[in-house]
Ligand binder design. Structure first.
Ligand code: AMP
Length: 233
């Protein structure tokens, strides 16, 4: 069976800000033909459009804190109803608290029709482990294309022409929350609220770790293999 025809089920990409979740999610999504669901991207879209959710989330995001669980879970529930999630989906940046993880497990039990190899339709978690200084370098050097969403890094993965997207020529942007003071807050939120999820998923035997300090292509290859095999854990 080709990758694009496989039933993948829900896959969670887990790791601190800057671990490479967004970059890897796009590559994995392309290979398997399933959507990337980034709660950060969805929230930023809401902020840009000025929706009620966006207005409530904007300042919280600017401070580098987590948006309340209820708001994020409702937003994810809405997105998961779309037909493109039927064969599976990649969650990038969600869940970020134990409350969100419990909500997701319940949601999948109640709503899912996934018949992946573990038979439960439960989400499978890939954790990217990255050294702290590398994280800081990735976050401060990150640039994003506002048109196609491609992610660059001025230190490690620069575009061919400085500050311009290789794919569509758009001027690259720096995320507001990639400034140093906000980065520190985001990493604190990760340690305090998100890291406990490692134990949550480890206990349930659904966690696989990848060394995220390796070159991007090596990480992708390991992630693809893990999803193909891990799916039958
Ligand atoms: P990200 O693009 O994943 O780094 O997310 C950017 C910001 O959006 C975070 O710093 C949070 O303020 C908010 N956010 C994204 N995902 C979540 C989530 N699952 N729970 C709470 N807040 C989130």
């Amino acid at each position: 069976m080709t990758r694009a025809a496989m039933k993948i089920g829900p896959v969670i990409l887990f790791g601190p800000p800057g671990a490479g979740k967004g970059t890897q999610a796009k590559r994995i999504a392309d290979k398997f033909g399933i959507p990337q669901i980034s709660t950060g991207d969805l929230l930023r879209e809401n902020v840009e459009k000025g929706t009620e959710l966006g207005q409530n989330a904007r300042q919280i995001m600017q401070r580098g804190e987590l948006v309340p669980d209820r708001m994020v879970c409702d937003m994810v529930a809405e997105r998961l109803k779309d037909g493109d999630c039927e064969r599976g989906f990649i969650l990038d940046g969600f869940p970020r608290t134990v409350t969100q993880a419990v909500w997701l497990d319940n949601y999948l039990v109640e709503n899912t029709v996934f018949d992946n190899a573990n038979g439960t339709g439960a989400a499978f978690v890939l954790r990217f482990v990255v050294e702290y200084n590398a994280l800081l370098q990735r976050l401060t050097g990150r640039r994003t294309c506002p048109t196609c969403g491609r992610i660059y890094n001025v230190h490690t993965q620069p575009p061919r022409v400085a500050e311009v997207c290789d794919l569509d020529g758009s001027r690259l942007v720096t995320r507001k929350d990639d400034q140093e003071e906000v980065i520190a807050e985001r990493l604190k939120a990760y340690e305090a609220q998100t890291l406990p999820l490692v134990e949550y998923y480890h206990k349930r035997n659904r966690l696989l770790e990848i060394n995220g300090d390796q070159p991007v292509d090596v990480v992708t290859a390991e992630a693809l293999r893990a999803i193909e095999h891990g799916n039958s854990l």
